[in-house]
Design a protein around this ligand. Structure first.
Ligand code: F6R
Ligand code: MG
Ligand code: MG
Length: 376
């Protein structure tokens, strides 16, 4: 037994991203430098004996802490470390008068792990391959379902992933774990496999607000390749407290899709829910590291950092959307934003009533209902 434990502890590595909005400058733009430094320093100092390596960055108003360690997923000490770092940051956010200080820390006391407490979490535990490339995604002003379409195209469509035709390992397909996030009593998940179930997978993934990819596994090696955060903040708080701004981890290459195959769908700038007041439709713009938010409290943005990891030690990040190709994509996406913004509140530009998180409109409808008359 002892040997097994030792073996387990030595061999496996865990990547954990824990992300929260704990306050930002000028509305929902970006955290202050001081806030970012406070979180970074806390992790560096207090995580010394616990973690192997770390990276702290921001995407719009959200701060993401990436750690590598050998504690496994949902580890209490790791989650607590990040929770405390966010609490420490919140003190600074309050002192600086930042907007929305401590906004995503929805519970008073820490219990076990941060799932269901506000911050978004994505974790992967695995035995390192001799070369271990992975991607860290973080999106702002949108929701976890924003990753549905890109994942479908990268893992189930040979138009975006030629590996599905060219690699015997990738051709074996993938196992998908999809969560129904509308169910709030417990985790409600379904497991499907591609290619056999790919039309059923599409039938679920078309509804970004309800069905969210939680994990993808290789059918060749049975290893977990992808983890996405599945938090729906309003289900935790029982009221609107901001969009759920998701994070994702994806391992790449060899038996898994290539980095470029995972990135390919972000050229679309597909329309997602979020944008101003978390209540509109906007195109998802791939942006550079530590980008801020601007036009119409948006547009919805996603950034992606590539790393390699060896014995838990990470390289510096490579900023994959920092490339001339993506400048062109950003121009295209701005145009898509402009087109949908022209129609203001009308039809597809604003989210359906069921998704409108501001109670204001619900109150208005209630009031107006009384003034409707049924013609005889
Ligand atoms: C997401 C985000 C938005 C806001 C939303 C509410 O990062 O910033 O979803 O949370 O616009 O903003 P307030 O609380 O200022 O009304
Ligand atoms: Mg926010
Ligand atoms: Mg945010």
């Amino acid at each position: 037994m002892k040997f097994v434990d030792w073996h387990y502890i030595i061999m496996k590595i865990t990547l954990s991203i824990i992300k929260a909005d704990i306050g930002s400058i000028g509305g929902h733009i970006k955290p202050s430098q001081k806030l970012l430094e406070t979180v970074k320093n806390y992790i560096k100092k207090k995580g010394k004996k616990l973690i192997i390596d770390h990276y702290v960055g921001h995407t719009g108003d959200d701060i993401a802490i990436l750690t590598t360690h050998r504690q496994g997923v949902l580890s209490q000490p790791i989650h607590k470390l990040c929770w405390q770092a966010f609490l420490e940051g919140t003190k600074v956010a309050k002192k600086q008068g930042l907007y929305g200080a401590g906004q995503d820390l929805l519970k008073e006391t820490f219990s076990g792990n941060v799932k269901g407490m506000g911050p978004a979490v994505a974790e992967l535990e695995f035995e390192e391959r001799p070369a271990e490339p992975f991607l860290m995604f973080a999106a702002d002003k949108t929701e976890p379902g924003a990753f549905n379409l890109p994942l479908y195209l990268s893992f189930a469509d040979p138009m975006y992933n030629p590996g599905l035709m060219l690699s015997p390992q990738i051709k074996k397909g993938f196992k998908w774990v999809i969560m129904d996030v509308a169910y709030t009593k417990a985790d409600k998940v379904i497991t499907l496999v591609s290619p056999e179930d790919s039309y059923d997978i599409a039938a679920l993934l078309r509804d970004n607000g309800r069905f969210v990819v939680e994990a993808i596994y290789s059918r060749e090696s049975e290893e977990r390749i992808v983890s996405v955060s599945t938090t729906r903040l309003h289900n935790i708080a029982g009221r609107y407290v901001g969009k759920d701004d998701p994070v994702m981890l994806a391992r790449t290459q060899r038996d898994f899709p290539a980095t470029g195959e995972i990135l390919a769908p972000y050229t679309i700038g597909h329309y997602v829910a979020g944008f101003m007041r978390g209540s509109h439709t906007g195109p998802l713009m791939p942006v550079k590291k530590n980008s801020s938010i601007s036009f119409f409290d948006g547009p919805p943005v996603v950034n992606c950092l590539a790393f390699c990891v060896r014995n838990g030690k990470m390289t510096e990040p490579a900023d994959v959307f920092d490339h001339p190709y993506w400048d062109w994509v950003r121009d295209k996406v701005s145009q898509k934003a402009e087109e949908i913004r022209k129609q203001g509140f009308s039809g597809a530009a604003m989210l359906p009533m069921s998704e409108l998180e501001y109670t204001g409109i619900v109150e208005t409808l209630k009031k107006l209902e009384k003034r409707f008359k049924i013609r005889k």
